[in-house]
Write a protein that binds this ligand. Structure first.
Ligand code: FAD
Length: 312
């Protein structure tokens, strides 16, 4: 679906989570930098967000040698220079089992204990047919078994509340998630979504299928509505019409756009808190301010202190 989706449900902002709420946990996702300037931006974001004491921070992984090295270098530096617990993403697309195992051993040697295991996009990009490497892992469950053979890693995986674009239907996706759990995954992080009803219906179906691992909502800030809507359309994530209306006319007004983006993100997260969710994975896009502000409103304060809203 796309930005023209019919839903107009705004998620009302609640001043604070229910008093009986248990503690809110967050994790932050970053991508490895491609240039010294991007490296500076990334580290400014990490330094800003680190005192919020996330459960873990994850670093994405791309196809090709240089991106792989950048992921490794980033998680290794996080481990060396901070007290954060890094999780390294890993895909099995276009790589032999030996190559993938070597990357996993490299993570183990660097002290990484948590991998986000993914199949990865088809080599020709989303929309093309996925072809496993002839000597590679054929699927994500296969990859997870390979990772577990190398070491006792914590393994997180993806989940798709609005189904993966290649998937025939949600049932096939949930069946695959079940196989990932059987292979050893202990957490699923969702593709971003904007309609919390859709997410809640998905979680109900996952639970009905007998899957009990945490399904952690993936939250993406809307820095640039047009880009987010285009990416969402590719990823199969619907964007309620009200979002388009909120950003309408702000294309050249960055300051107001940022304020609106923070409000929209906070509304979504607070609505999920109201529905009982306590874990959030933020796709930071290597920018800290919006995520920091939302965490602050959730009552997450630097150095493990909790504000009024993050009831223990
Ligand atoms: P899976 O969940 O294993 O499969 C997705 C769907 O594809 C399945 O439901 C199934 O229907 C279909 N499918 C699976 N295997 C086959 C097959 N052999 N033939 C036909 N259909 C098949 N991408 C990156 O490159 N790097 C990253 O670091 C990264 N991090 C991500 C983190 C999260 C939390 C999420 C949600 C996505 C991430 N992605 C990343 C994107 C991901 O790689 C793509 O969505 C990819 O297309 C699917 O990988 P997956 O592990 O999610 O696939």
């Amino acid at each position: 679906m796309s930005a023209s989706s019919q839903s107009t449900t705004p998620q009302s902002i609640s001043p604070q989570p229910a008093a009986s709420a248990s503690r809110i946990h967050v994790s932050f996702e970053f991508f490895p930098p491609k240039s010294p300037k991007m490296e500076e931006t990334l580290w400014a974001a990490i330094e800003r967000l680190a005192p919020l004491d996330p459960d873990f921070v994850s670093v994405t992984y791309g196809a090709g040698g240089s991106t792989r090295e950048r992921t490794h270098a980033t998680v290794a530096r996080i481990l060396r220079e901070t007290r954060l617990k890094p999780a390294a993403h890993l895909t099995c697309v276009d790589a032999s089992r030996d190559d993938v195992d070597a990357v996993v051993r490299g993570y183990a040697d660097a002290g990484i204990r948590h991998i986000v295991a993914l199949r990865g996009d088809p080599v020709a990009g989303l929309g093309g047919a996925y072809q496993p490497h002839p000597e590679g892992y054929a699927s994500t469950p296969d990859l997870i078994r390979g990772i577990k053979r190398v070491g006792d890693f914590e393994v997180s995986v993806s989940a798709y509340p609005e189904k993966h674009p290649e998937s025939p239907d949600l049932a096939a996706d949930i069946e695959l998630l079940k196989r990932k759990v059987e292979a050893g995954a202990s957490r699923a992080i969702t593709q971003f979504f904007f309609d919390n009803d859709v997410f809640e219906r998905y979680v109900d179906r996952v639970r009905a299928a007998g899957i009990s691992i945490p399904i952690v909502p993936g939250i993406v800030p809307i820095w640039d509505f047009a880009r987010t809507a285009a990416f969402a359309a590719k990823a199969g994530a619907s964007v309620p019409k009200v979002f388009a209306e909120r950003f309408d006319g702000l294309e050249t007004d960055e300051r107001t756009r940022q304020l609106v983006a923070t409000t929209v993100c906070a509304e979504q997260v607070f609505d999920l808190v109201k529905r009982g969710y306590r874990d959030f994975h933020f796709y930071t896009m290597n920018r800290a301010e919006l995520v920091y502000a939302v965490c602050h409103m959730l009552g997450i304060r630097p150095n493990g202190k909790l504000g009024e809203t993050a009831a223990a």
